[in-house]
Design a protein around this ligand. Structure first.
Ligand SMILES: Nc1nc2c(ncn2[C@@H]2O[C@H](COP(=O)(O)OP(=O)(O)O)[C@@H](O)[C@H]2O)c(=O)[nH]1
Ligand SMILES: [Mg+2]
Length: 469
């Protein structure tokens, strides 16, 4: 202890000096595929913490519940090169007179909170009554993690994989325009800037169409989620080739130039993200909108399951694993998988939703746990938009939810369907089996001094941060 204290000027009061030594910092990363609920989750989490002092909303978050919290403040973020998470804008939209959901974003953002609390640890209680935990929350697209698998594939292998995926529906129809353009090209011909730009643009349109149809496995991740720095950058002007030519020596051919750009993307975009950002994360929450996949059908459901498991590969640190070989040991020691928008189902379906998510990621879950990373699954709603209710149907009392549908201005009550415990067989995905409707945010203009209504966000906080106090 003496050694630490002497690092500070002796004019600083002893208590303050010890406090500073004991201050802690944690980088909490939030990811998930587009529309999984990252922005809403972070907005609600920050709102809950900023209102933590007088909140009865967080019964499972010990530091609040035990009365040891002394206050939470948003602070200037430490990483100047990362755009700020615009909490102020998001909260204004959510809590306005006519609440709306925050605008979609496509890159990485950060916000820092300082949490002051009374230490409950026997030793610290005496030397340092008040400590501060700095929490840096980083929001980044899960699509970027889909690119990890590219590092294992050369251009020819990747092209073949995409060509194969385009042989069956729904990608077969969605890729038609891009494929017919590619068929008109000769890969051995001299590369030409305009042609490559057009090919990349048609391929990007194809990825966007896939996304609009509910597909999740979209590569390269930056084509749909470029982030602020890469919008319109030439680094994104390549695409796979449908037919790989044999023995092309010409280094300025279309094939050679596309291959060069693919390799450059891996080096300067994919690896850069892992080295610059990912390697510094301490904790991770992965959000998944499982219910939306139910609505859209079997092919989009399996696609999302594959995408989430691909995202999970970034957390498998095994000695022989890719992450370990390329980036050495990483820091993340806890991962929480969360099924979001749990307010779209009736309360008694929550355990099913949690179990279903767990079944979806079992293999990745076991691998991460095996590597010593603590892993949990949870179903949560960052902003609860519905109320549980009962209705009578053919003389039977059934559970339902009430809320304001996203399209419409009259509240409705509906029974959205049971969440299955296992993935239904392809033939069981009959039309209308699931109706997990989207809702408008509730009118919150009058919540003063309390956190936004949520489901199980306090449990998520306890798992992610509880042991840091
Ligand atoms: N009912 C409900 N809807 C949510 C919740 N979180 C997100 N949503 C919906 O999902 C959409 C996408 O959320 P957002 O946070 O922007 O997703 P992101 O792309 O991962 O940042 C929102 O516009 C809402 O319609 C929630 O907790 N409850
Ligand atoms: Mg977002």
């Amino acid at each position: 202890m003496n050694k630490w204290i002497t690092r500070f000027s002796t004019s600083t009061p002893l208590n303050e000096r010890i406090n500073r030594t004991l201050d802690k910092q944690v980088k909490l990363a939030v990811t998930g595929l587009s529309r999984s609920g990252k922005t809403v989750f972070i907005t609600s989490l920050v709102h809950q913490l900023l209102h933590g002092l007088n909140s009865t909303h967080l019964p499972f978050f010990q530091i609040v519940n035990s009365g040891l919290l002394r206050g939470v403040k948003a602070m200037p973020q430490p990483d100047m090169h990362i755009p700020s998470f615009r909490y102020d804008v998001a909260v204004e939209q959510l809590c306005g007179e006519l609440p709306t959901w925050p605008q979609p974003t496509s890159g990485i953002t950060e916000i820092r909170l300082a949490i002051r609390y009374l230490s409950n640890k026997p030793l610290l209680k005496h030397v340092s009554p008040v400590s501060t935990l700095y929490v840096d929350i980083i929001d980044y697209p899960g699509e970027w993690l889909l690119d990890l698998s590219l590092l294992e594939l050369n251009y020819e292998q990747w092209s073949k994989q995409i060509a194969r995926a385009c042989e069956s529906e729904p990608r077969l129809s969605l890729s038609e325009k891009w494929r017919s353009f590619m068929d008109s090209l000769d890969p051995a011909s001299e590369a030409d800037e305009t042609t490559m730009r057009q090919a990349a643009s048609l391929y990007t349109d194809f990825l966007h169409d896939c996304k609009d149809s509910g597909l999740s496995l979209l590569q390269p991740g930056r084509f749909t989620m470029p982030g602020d720095d890469l919008k319109g950058a030439p680094l994104l002007e390549f695409c796979p080739l449908l037919k790989i030519p044999q023995d092309i020596d010409n280094q300025s051919s279309l094939f050679a130039e596309m291959k060069k750009r693919y390799e450059s993307y891996k080096e300067h975009v994919v690896k850069k993200f892992y080295n610059e950002h990912f390697s510094s994360f301490d904790r991770q929450i992965v959000l998944a909108d499982v219910l939306r996949a139910f609505n859209t059908g079997y092919p989009t459901f399996t696609d999302m399951r594959d995408a989430i498991n691909m995202v999970m590969k970034s957390f498998q640190y095994g000695k022989s694993g890719l992450i370990n070989r390329l980036f050495g040991g990483l820091k993340i020691d806890k991962i929480l998988f969360a099924a979001t928008k749990a307010d779209h189902v009736t309360p008694e379906q929550l355990p099913n939703l949690e179990n279903f998510l767990r079944a979806m990621v079992t293999k990745s879950y076991n691998n991460a746990t095996f590597e010593g990373v603590r892993t949990e699954t949870i179903a949560l709603a960052a902003v609860k938009c519905t109320q549980a209710a009962y209705t009578t149907y053919q003389g039977q009392k059934i559970s339902c939810i009430k809320g304001m549908p996203l399209q419409g201005d009259k509240p409705i009550a509906l029974f959205p369907g049971d969440v299955p415990v296992e993935a239904p067989m392809p033939e069981e995905w009959v039309d209308g089996r699931f109706q997990f409707l989207e809702f408008k945010p509730p009118r919150l203009a009058n919540i003063h001094g309390s956190g936004l209504p949520h489901i199980r966000l306090d449990r998520a906080l306890e798992f992610l941060l509880g042991d840091k106090f």
